[in-house]
Design a binder for this molecule. Structure first.
Ligand SMILES: *Cc1c(COP(=O)(O)O)cnc(C)c1O
Length: 396
């Protein structure tokens, strides 16, 4: 990190992109790389040992969302779980209907999967959100047709933090005999989830967003829900996901879920306090800033603001030089500098969307971290605005 000449602190505020593996998780995983290396399908002690470790992890993952262990399928991550849920249901229920419903503000793992199905001939309705990024359950109800087979609406929005009314949407889906999937990658471990109480048929989880290893995730599939497998091969994961299980990854994911469940109420409260301190500080100290996302129905770890007249990317570079890691709402990495589809769906102008910054808090963050950000961010904004060709006085 030699590009941080002035950093007096390292503050990682990008926990929605990924999180570090926590030490307890790493310790749980290590034996399964070499000593306990068995293939869980093998009929001998090495195999049984791996099988038992997977079963134990399955119970821990299930427990975090109040599901039964045999309703959990392990996958390679959130992206695969979203793909398996959406394509798997679309293909399995094709004879029942051709219509699918999702929202305009889904993660690309969901959005691009629906777009691919659209090209294959499925009819897809993308329901809009309001200015807070909230999906109206009534809008979903109105989109339902006789041939609707699946609704997918995310739980916690990954960019702006809005918590969607999934319980209400799930109830509407059930009323109409339509299956309901939710991508809960950002809300799992942060907000209590009970899949039965919330009327959820399929739910996506990812390990590396909750202090587990990368490359492992799970899909909750309610008992009785049928999926067409998307990988062909062996009979792993109740024939729904072929491939030798990633035993160390699954063990780590299980431990991460166990810890998340044990710590959820207290950690959620702690993050909410830090979140609100950061939001209030930014709004108080920097003029012409707007909070993106819902002020109350919000993930405990998400802060998203638009700093008017500036590009999020240039603020990010300056923050990085001060040791602060955040993210912005324009996908410059994809080479396009297209503003986020989420912010545009919420009605932000291109200019305001380009000035968005996301701070995603996590376990390691302290009150001192927030003080530090509130100390370094205002002068960065002031400096950049002084150099900016657009601004309140420029008429742009
Ligand atoms: C990170 C993320 C994903 C993708 O999960 P991976 O495990 O990285 O594939 C899907 N949905 C949401 C909301 C996410 O934040």
């Amino acid at each position: 990190m030699s590009s941080q000449p002035n950093a007096r602190r390292q503050v990682y505020l990008d926990h929605s992109a990924t999180t570090p593996v926590r030490p307890e998780v790493l310790a749980a995983m290590l034996p399964y790389f070499a000593g306990k290396f068995g293939n869980a399908s093998s009929v001998h002690s090495w195999g049984y040992e791996a099988r038992e470790a997977i079963n134990d992890a399955r119970e821990k993952v299930a427990s975090l969302i109040e599901a039964a262990p045999n309703e959990i399928l392990f996958t390679s991550g959130g992206t695969e779980s979203d793909n398996l849920a959406i394509r798997g249901v679309a293909r399995a229920r094709k004879s029942k209907g051709n219509h699918l419903i999702t929202s305009q503000i889904e993660h690309h793992a969901v959005l691009h999967t629906f777009e691919a199905l659209q090209k294959e001939g499925f009819d897809v309705t993308f329901v809009p959100c309001d200015k807070y990024g909230l999906i109206d359950p009534d809008g979903v109800r109105k989109a339902i047709r006789k041939d609707t087979i699946l609704i997918s609406v995310m739980h916690g929005q990954n960019e702006v933090g809005t918590i969607e009314p999934v319980k209400e949407i799930g109830a509407i889906a059930r009323e109409h005999g339509v299956l309901f999937h939710t991508d809960a990658v950002q809300s799992v471990g942060k907000v209590p989830i009970n899949v039965n109480d919330m009327n959820i048929d399929l739910l996506t989880l990812s390990s590396h967003k909750i202090y587990g290893p990368k490359g492992v995730g799970a899909l909750y599939v309610k008992r009785g829900v049928r999926l067409t497998p998307q990988l062909t091969g062996g009979a792993h994961e109740r024939r729904m996901r072929a491939g030798t299980e990633n035993v160390p990854g699954i063990v780590g994911f299980g431990e991460a879920c166990r810890l998340a469940k044990a710590e959820l109420p207290e950690e959620s409260r702690r993050l909410t306090k830090l979140r609100d301190k950061l939001i209030e500080g930014i709004l108080r100290q920097i003029p012409d800033v707007i909070l993106n996302g819902h002020p109350v129905l919000r993930l405990p770890h998400n802060v998203n603001v638009s700093i008017k007249y500036l590009e999020g990317e240039s603020i990010l570079l300056n923050l990085d030089r001060m040791g602060v890691a955040a993210s912005s709402g324009s996908a410059c990495t994809s080479g396009s500098l297209e503003p986020s589809h989420v912010l545009l769906a919420m009605g932000l102008t291109h200019e305001t969307a380009h000035g968005s910054l996301r701070f995603a808090l996590g376990m390691s963050n302290t009150e001192e971290d927030i003080d530090y950000v509130l100390e370094v961010l205002p002068p960065i904004v002031e400096k950049l605005r002084a150099m900016s060709p657009i601004g309140p006085g420029s008429g742009l």
